[in-house]
Ligand binder design. Structure first.
Ligand code: HSE
Length: 297
């Protein structure tokens, strides 16, 4: 038997929540078809646009599936066909989509024997292969849907958050920012006064989501620790952010470790205006880019 899943793009951090907050988008997504077979082993095929490895031990989806198979006593095999639409290195959780999608699909074929938390654990092995560190802020929303808080990763403690309807405008400028580099440049120490601002904002953002308070969400979308360092890697960042907020966006910032930039909006019209702003700015830079206007999955 086989199953086809849509593995969504995700936005990690949500500005102030470095490594602890993330949300799933409706668009873009990867399409993954997984079949279970009597022939042991994992065979991977993909649409080959991004030159991804197909050897299971070197492939994010393959590694996640292997991690899951260690906890199965039976000797199933799997055939996986990946149609990749989320570009690797975009900051939109491309590797997390492969990792999350495959374990969700396999669990379905196995009769849902694993919990969502188990699935996050398996998929983190794949994410580690991709970025060198285990973080779950892209994988968790990919598996749970919506917006998630990772209160702790060792031990795993994942909380699904409710939120009012929001539109998301995203621009992906085609420059390469490696997550490992974008982590390397961060300062390892934080001033207490910055930490106080940051945890005020994280708490405010979570409360704003849960209370459907757009004003509180907007005020809390501020990052005094990571963004000032990372935004230097993204041409046009300050301009996009300022003009989007002037046009009525609630706020936004770097998607994951970049280079994509996202803006949350209360109204679809505002999101479309923001998309136009993004296009105008990136047309001027001469960089290639993609934009999306979408909603939270
Ligand atoms: N939280 C991680 C980071 C996400 O910002 O480095 C990477 O996609």
């Amino acid at each position: 038997s086989s199953v086809t899943v849509h593995a969504p793009a995700t936005i990690a951090n949500l500005v102030c929540g470095f490594d602890v907050l993330g949300l799933a988008l409706n668009d873009p997504y990867d399409v993954m078809k997984l079949s279970i077979s009597e022939t042991p082993g994992i065979r991977i095929q993909h649409n080959d646009v991004y030159n991804l490895p197909t050897i299971p031990e070197q492939n994010v989806a393959g590694v996640s599936l292997l991690e899951m198979m260690q906890e199965l006593d039976s000797h199933y095999g799997f055939d996986l066909v990946i149609e990749k639409h989320i570009k690797p290195g975009s900051g939109l959780g491309s590797s997390a989509a492969s990792a999350a999608g495959v374990v969700v699909a396999a669990n379905h074929l196995l009769g849902n024997i694993f919990s969502k938390e188990d699935l996050v654990r398996f998929a983190m092995a794949g994410e580690k292969l991709a970025s060198g560190v285990k973080h779950a802020d892209n994988i968790s929303p990919g598996i749970y849907g919506g917006i998630t808080l990772i209160r702790s990763i060792f031990p795993l403690d994942i909380v699904s958050l409710t939120a009012p309807p929001m539109y998301v405008a995203v621009v992906h400028p085609q420059i390469e920012v490696k997550t490992s580099d974008a982590r390397e440049i961060l300062r390892k120490e934080v001033l207490l006064k910055d930490a106080i601002k940051q945890w005020g904002n994280i708490a405010g953002l979570v409360a704003g989501f849960m209370k459907n308070d757009y004003g509180l969400i907007s005020r809390s979308l501020e990052d005094v620790i990571i963004e000032p360092v990372r935004s230097m890697l993204i041409p046009g960042f300050d301009d996009v952010k300022k003009k989007s907020v002037d046009a009525g966006a609630l706020g936004g910032g770097i998607s994951g470790s970049g280079p994509s930039i996202f803006m949350l909006c209360e109204e679809k019209n505002t999101a479309l205006k923001v998309e136009k702003i993004m296009k105008d700015i990136y047309d001027n830079t001469g960089l290639k880019y993609h934009t999306y206007v979408t909603t939270i999955n």
